[in-house]
Write a protein that binds this ligand. Sequence first.
Ligand SMILES: *Cc1c(COP(=O)(O)O)cnc(C)c1O
Length: 470
Amino acid sequence: MIYTDTRDKSVKTDFKNAVMNGMNEATGGLYLPVAFPALPPEFINKTPEPNFRDIAFAMAKPYVADEIPDADLAAIIQDAYPFAAKVLPIDPTAYVLELFHGPTCAFKDFGARFMARVMSYFNRTEDTRLHILVATSGDTGSAVGSAFHHVPGLDVTILYPDGKISPLQEKQLSTFDDNVRALKVDGTFDDCQKLVKTAFTDAQLRGKLRLSSANSINIARLLPQSFYYMYAALAVRNQSWRVNKIENPAIIAVVPSGNFGNLTSGLIAREMGAPIAGFVAATNTNRTVPDWIATGTYAPRPSVTTYANAMDVGAPSNYERIAALYDIETVRGLFASYWLDNDGIISAIKDCFTRTGYTIDPHGAVAWKAWDDIRNGALQSLKDGKKGDFTKPGLTPNLPAWADSVLDKQAVGIILETAHPAKFGATVTQAIGREPAIPDRLEKVMHLQDRAIPMKNDYPQFKDWLLATL
Ligand SMILES: *Cc1c(COP(=O)(O)O)cnc(C)c1O
C-alpha cells in the first residue's frame, strides 16, 4: 500500500515509514493510505459473520501486505487481541458496542496494542531505541503505556494535563516503571499536544533522538479501530434480521468523539464495505465539529473541562484527515452531530440506566442520548422545517442523507461504549446513585505507586528533560 499525506498529495511513502514517523515532519500533514480496498462481498455476507480476529486480519492485510508477511500479521493480531469487542442489544433499535474489554478498559487498547506490536516488528532490525511521545487527555496514556510496557527497544513518554484527568486515569498512566514514563504538565491537553508536536518539528532534537508518536494521529492506531466497526455492523445486521426481522437495517454508528480518530476509523470501515449508512458525531461542550457541520466553518478553540474528559479537545487532530477525504457537503450527508453539556451528561447516564438497566460511562452516555433523541423526533423536527439552534445542546441542525431511514423505522443505532463506567465512577455514581462494579484489572492499579514527574508548560524545559533522560 502507498501512503500519502493530508497536506501534500504528491507525498508517497510506505507503511513502515508512516508508522515510525507518526506524522510527516516535512509538511506537518498526517498520513493516509491512497486507497481503502473493499473486502469481497463473499466475506462481508457470510452468515454467521466471521469472528473478530478473522475480520481484523482481512482488514489489516491490504495496508501492510507488501511489508509484513501473512504469518507475521496473523501473529501480531493474535497477540494484540486476546479480548474482543462485544455487541449487545439494549432494545430492538439500539445496540451497545462494548470496547472496554482490553487491559485498560477503554477502546484505545485496540489501536495501541496493534501499533505497539507493529512498531516492535519494524524496530527489530534497528540498533537504536525508538522514543514514543504521547499527549493524552485521559485514556490514551494508559492504553499506550500498557501496550508498550516492557516492549524491547522502545521507550514511552506520556504527557497529561495535571489535575484534569480522573484520579483513576492518573493511576493508570503514572504507575508504570521500566521503559514507560509519565509527565504531569501544568497546562491543558492542547498544551500537551503542542509540546509533542513542537518536539516532532524540532530538527535539532530529531537529530539526536529517534522519535515517534502514539496519538490518534498515528495511522497504526487508526486502521485497527476500523476492525470493530466492521465486526459490529455485520453482527448487528445479522442479529436485526434473526431476532427482530428488520432486514438490512440502515446501521448508524454513534461515536463519542474527541480527536475524531475513532470516527475516522469508522469512515475507513465504511469505505471498505462495512454496511454502515452513517454516523453520529457525539461530543460534549467542546463542540468544534458540531459547529463546523452547522456553519461550514472550522474554528478550533481552547478545550474546556467536562465530565466526559476524554473528549475535552478543542482542536481535534483528525479533522485534518476527515477534511482531506470528504468535502463539507459529503460530511453533512454522512454525519449527524450532537453535543451535551455536563448537566445533560448526568441526565443521560441516569436516563439510560432507568430505561434500559445499562450502566453507561459519561462518553457512551452522550452517544446513547444522541441516538435516543434522533429516533424520537429530533430528526423529524428538522425534517418538518424547525430551525434548531446549534449553540444549544442537542442535535445539530443538519439533515444527513440517512434521515429517512430513521423516520421509516428502518435504522438501528450502534452506540460505541468507549470506556468502562468504573473509569468514571464518581460521575456515574452522581448520576445513578450507586457505584459501578470495578473490574479486577482496574482495582489492581489503585494500589500501585504514582511515579509522575511534574513538568511546566514550557518547550525548552521539556526538551532539556528529554535530552537528559532518554
Ligand atoms: C479517547 C476517547 C474518546 C475520544 O476518541 P477520539 O478517537 O479521540 O475521538 C471517547 N471516549 C473515551 C472513553 C476515550 O478514551
